[in-house]
Structure formats: C-alpha cells, structure tokens
Design a protein around this ligand. Sequence first.
Ligand code: G16
Length: 537
Amino acid sequence: MPSALPVESIKLLSGQHHKPSIIRFQYGTAGFRTTASILDSVLFRVGIVAALRSKKLDGRTIGVMVTASHNPEPDNGVKLVDPRGEMLEASWEVHATTIANASTADDLVDALEVLVQTAKIDLHAPFWPSLVAALEDGFKAMGATARNAGVTTTPILHYLVRSINTKGTKYSYGEDTEAGYFAKLSTSYKKLVTGKAVQPPLVIDCANGVGALAAKTLNESLGNTLELVLENASTTTPGALNNACGADFVKVSQKIPPSLANVLQPGQRACSLDGDADRLIYYYLDDRGAFHMLDGDKIAALVAAFIIELVKVAGLEEKIKVGVVQTAYANGASTKYLQERLPVKCVSTGVKHLHHAAERYNVGVYFEANGHGTVLFSQPTVDILAEYQPSTPAQSRAVEHLVSLTELINQTVGDALSDMLLVEVVLTHKSYRGEEWDSLYVDLPNRLAKCSVPDRNAFKTEDAERRLVSPPGLQARIDELVLRYQGGRSFVRPSGTEDVVRVYAEASLKSQADELAMRVAGLVYDEAGGDPTSRPK
Ligand code: G16
C-alpha cells in the first residue's frame, strides 16, 4: 500500500539535515537536550513529529520550544508542548526518540510509518493553523502551517498553545497573544494587591536570558503596583546565558550571583529566573550580609499555606482540598513541614510527573526544589468558586482572591514570572519580608553533585527515584553509608537532561551533607568507572 506520508519531500529535505552517525539522541525529561551544533537533524525531525502530533489531535496547535533552558549557552534543546499547554504525552517521547535516531532517510520514513500506524494517525485530516517555531523544513515536508511565536519564554509558549486551542470555547484560557498574557497576569495581580501596601522594589536576575524581555514588559504592565529591578538582562552578549547567574546557579552553588554583590542591600529580597524563565529561586541577605535561599520548597510552603487559609476563610474547606507534590530533591524539613498540614505526594523528577500528580487534587501545588512549578485548580474547583454564594464580606473577599489566583497562576506549566507575582501577592498579604518567609521551617543542609559515568542508563531507580535497583548492590552500600550520618538521606539517579548521574545528600550539619554526597559519589564512580578528573570535590 502506498504511504500516506509525503515520502518524497521528507526524503528530499532530510538530505539537508543528516543525522550524525555515532550520536544517540533521547527525548528525556524535557525534550532533546545536547550540544547545539549536533541538533540540526533533531530539529528537522521534531518538526515532522509536531506535525504528526497535530494531525493525531485533529489539527490542534502543538508548541515547539527551542531553548538552552538552565544549561550553558553551547547546549541547546527542543521540547514539544501538547494542546492544553502541557508537556508532550509520555508515549510519544518513545516515538520521538526512535525517529530522531533513524540513521538514513529510508529508516526515517520507516520510523514515521510505525508512528502513523501505532498512533492511528489520519494523514488525510486537514491541518488547522498551527503554532510552531523555527522548524520550517520539518513542517514544509509535512505541508503543515506554522505560527512563529518569536523569541519568548517557555511558559509564554505554553500559554499561547492553550489559548489558541481554547479560543472561543467556554474554557477560553486567555487572548492568544503575548499582550494577552501580560494583561492577564498584571490585571489579576493588581486585583489581588488592591488596598495593600506596595512592596519595596524586587531585584530580578534574568540569567541573561529571554526572561529579561518578558520581565521588562511585565514591569511596564504592573505600573506602580510593583517595581522590578532587572539585572543580568544582557540577552545578546555571547556566553552570558546562565553564566554565574540564574536560578540553577543559585540553587546549586547556594550563593548569590556575583554580579548582584553590589546591588543587593541587606534585607532586600531578590529572585533569579533560569534561561527560559520557567524556574524561580528567591533569596535575601540578612542584616549581617549572610545569604538565605528561598527555593521551590519554600515557595510551595508559602503558597500552599496561603491558599489553605483563603479556602478556610471562604468557608470552602469541606469542598476544596489542597495537596502538594514534591520530588526526592525536596528538602526533608520542607516535607515534614508540609506533611503536618496537608497531603504530600512524592513523584519522579520532571515537571510532567508533578503536573499529573497535582491534577488529582482540587488544588494541587507542585514545585521542584529547583524552583520549577505551579498550582493547578481543577475544573470542578473553578466551577465551585464561580457558583459559590458567600454569606459574609470576608468570605466574599476570600473567594474573589481565589478566583484572581486562578487567573494569575500559569496553570499550563511552571512559569517564573507568574510564580514571582504569586509569591509577591502572598508576601504583600502577610506583610512578610524574606526573613519571616524563611522562618516557616529551617532547611536541612544539603549538597547536589553530578558524576560523569560511561553509561548513565546503567542506573535504574524505583520509589519515585529514591532508591536504585541497578547497578545491583549499590543501594545497599548507600544505605549503609547514610546510617552513619545524623539526619542523613541520600539518593542517586540518572539525569533526564544531561549525560550524568546526580547525587543528592542531606544531613543535620553542612559539613556532613557535603561529606555524605562526596562519599556516595565515590561509590558511584567505584561502581561505574567514569572520568576521575570529573569527580565532584
Ligand atoms: C528540566 C525539567 C525539570 C527537571 C530538570 C532537571 O528543567 O523541566 O523538571 O527538574 O530538567 O532534570 P534532570 O535532573 O533529570 O536533569 P528545565 O528548567 O531545564 O526545563
């Protein structure tokens, strides 16, 4: 039977985007990630996969984000966004990986045929206008229409995808333009802080990434309700992206970007975005100039407590249950704090896992410790809020606030700017400075390390990545080591975005957490071999 795929144009254009022979690509935690110089064939093929995904879903818009995310500038990546603004469905990650690794044009067509058959894609269905960027040959090969969203943040792309797909329906998510995004965020922020004292200016480290452009527009939209002071906003300086700045730098090194040393005053709060503005880490210097980090766990604690309080004041605590989702990286002290107040679930790393777990709650708060996360309000919860008849002015105000929160929060995916405004709302309402927020609980000292090993796929985990099942025997050795440290906890997992194995450790004392991490990393190297010069110190 002749193929329904446009085989000739796929083969022709594929010839302009050869796959490097010895490289194996993998659609991991958040798309394909590797050195930018070898990604050309992947982008072409992702264009085709995006077009097929759109076909499969009756021509709905699919998003494609090209970004180095939190990684150094020579790295790059591409990830797909599903119609509701969520991450690509997991079963398609496998297809995307197979397609990216097909060696020749013939193999590529064969792999595409398998996808078309397995996913039962009707190639005769028409394409609707689609939003896709930069992958023109892939689209051209499939005859798909694309809308270029231009240079923007990952969460804005997710917002646009959902807005396009819900346009004109009762679930309309917002106007499908960047202007619509900024209007939605700033209008709801202004409603939420009406009548409250304006916060002192907030310093934002933009990681020299695209978040700088978005933060600038947001600053204008917010008017005098909040002043944003933009730092590390050099989006065109080569090599500056995520270099000694940004959310990942702050989280991993546990210090402020050196570029802020002369900017930040004691007591003043600041935050860092990552390169594509989907992660957010807050911090402040105390009166003695000591650095204090307010990471994703602290954001979850702050936000969950605030929402629970509003639900209670509104008189809706029987109907609306709030839950939190974390990963193994959540600080043990945060998990303890949260578990004493509400249901907490631990899932594997990767926003897609947290997102799906959070959907099970009426209001699901999810944040990775690295600052990636958001809050989801289920549709029945939104309906309850819309229909509720409050009996007192206090109840009425609380319901209005909850409704405004559903507008302020980007519910498609973690969004640093939307999360930042959410944090600012809570700080404003509670009259908290960084210090009061920080005192919700005291973090256990912790250390993250990475190990370059010959084959990270030799490391397999279970129990939400908290335990290793392979290499055999390694988990038992880690357990034995952990027992020797007071308050000790440690786990090892293969990264889904970098070719490394990650080691996390915490303990009651900082020196012990560091030592535990290094000793566990030592076990990993002893087991797996690897480059001794890259051993963490
Ligand atoms: C991505 C994912 C995050 C994940 C991070 C690290 O972040 O979206 O959910 O926590 O990678 O993953 P891993 O430890 O498996 O490498 P981003 O900001 O790059 O999109």
